[in-house]
Design a protein around this ligand. Structure first.
Ligand code: COI
Length: 358
């Protein structure tokens, strides 16, 4: 189905003020954004407008009760100057899963894809070209009822804006294994990309940072025994030649980078093991010298190596990153697919017809 999207272009692009060689993650915003409003059971008033603040009623229900979800995906420029978005329909699938869990309406695929293509095409000059950079795309949906009282909202707003970015982590990551705080628990919202999941991690992460760590490697909230995810990334371990990652169990985000890595491993004939992984076996592998690699996988972070793991007052130092050949190769292979440097054998890349080749 083709939707009618009203486009109002900015008459004051600020692209010339942007230093594309120095892009702090998530702080530089492109010229336009897409907005849709959900009223009376339908998405309407589809529009692309200059990027700006959005007026907010003080009783906007998302602000009080947290009915708010988001996604993250990236667009890249290939060597022909064309723009390609990595696995956008997977993000929509997950957005709709998050929406269902949070009692919010689904977004039709045709609407999502048309909005995405129109917005990225309009702001095509914002897709960076330098190595390691991309256009980060942030779709999000929130409850807009102006009402004090706890109930699923009747009205919602869906927005997409974009940010040219470089890497999310500029260095290998130091993670602290959670033994006190909980991110997600069975039956909760852990696998949804709900704003509140991230809010709940902020104070513990502040504490971890004060102790020299970047992020928390979350564990199950009952025994603090099984690894879950890092919040910004899923986690992978390489122990004695085997690749392991926690099995999806409703508490862990079904990461699109995670899923892509599993496929790239399968393409190499490597079956990654998805199962419950205990903290004890991680620590034991480190003691025995068989913990060969640990890395996080996420859209913003791509593949980010873990250099240190803290647990109950001890810090495990992991092997040098240079020697971690498999994850280095996977990282390169993913980047090559995203930039059209090698064949896209799984049909992951969505190309947009551009008229400005940079
Ligand atoms: C992403 O990887 O896209 C996320 O949403 C995580 C956030 C840290 C930027």
């Amino acid at each position: 189905m083709k939707y009618d999207i009203k486009v109002t272009k900015t008459n004051q692009s600020h692209i010339s003020e942007v230093d594309f060689e120095n892009l702090p993650f998530g702080r530089v915003f492109s010229d336009h954004m897409f907005i849709a409003d959900y009223k009376n059971g339908v998405w309407g008033d589809l529009r692309i407008v200059p990027f700006d603040n959005i007026p907010t009623h003080p009783a906007t229900s998302a602000l009080h009760y947290g009915q708010s979800i988001f996604e993250g995906l990236k667009a890249f420029r290939n060597s022909n100057g064309e723009i390609q978005i990595f696995r956008p329909t997977k993000n929509l699938e997950r957005l709709n899963l998050s929406a269902a869990r949070m009692a919010m309406p689904a977004l039709p695929q045709d609407l999502f894809m048309q909005a995405l293509d129109t917005l990225v095409l309009l702001d095509q000059k914002w897709v960076p070209t330098s190595a390691g950079s991309s256009l980060y795309i942030r779709p999000f949906m929130f409850a807009t009822d102006e009402y004090v009282g706890i109930k699923a909202s009747d009205n919602y707003r869906f927005i997409i804006f974009t940010c040219p970015v470089q890497s999310y982590y500029s260095a290998p990551v130091k993670v602290l294994i959670a033994d006190k705080h909980v991110r997600a628990f069975p039956g909760g919202t852990g696998e949804a990309k709900a704003a509140g999941n991230y809010a709940a991690t902020l104070q513990p992460v502040q504490e971890a940072r004060a102790n020299g760590f970047d992020q928390i490697l979350w564990t199950d909230g009952i025994e603090f025994k099984y690894l879950q995810e890092i919040g910004t990334m899923n986690v992978f371990l390489q122990i004695d030649g085997q690749i392991l990652t926690p099995a999806l169990n409703g508490c862990i985000l079904n990461g699109i980078t995670r899923n892509s890595i599993l496929q790239l491993l399968a393409d190499r004939g490597i079956v990654a093991i998805e199962r419950n992984i205990t903290v004890d076996e991680l620590v034991e592998a480190h003691q025995k010298g068989t913990l060969e690699d640990a890395f996080g996988a996420g859209t913003a972070a791509t593949i980010s190596h873990i250099s240190h793991i803290g647990y109950k007052g001890t810090t495990l130092t992991l092997p040098d990153i240079e020697g971690r050949t498999l994850s280095q190769e996977l990282k390169q292979e993913l980047e090559d697919i995203k930039h059209d440097r090698i064949p896209d054998r799984h049909g992951w890349v969505h190309k947009i017809a551009v008229n400005v080749l940079i």
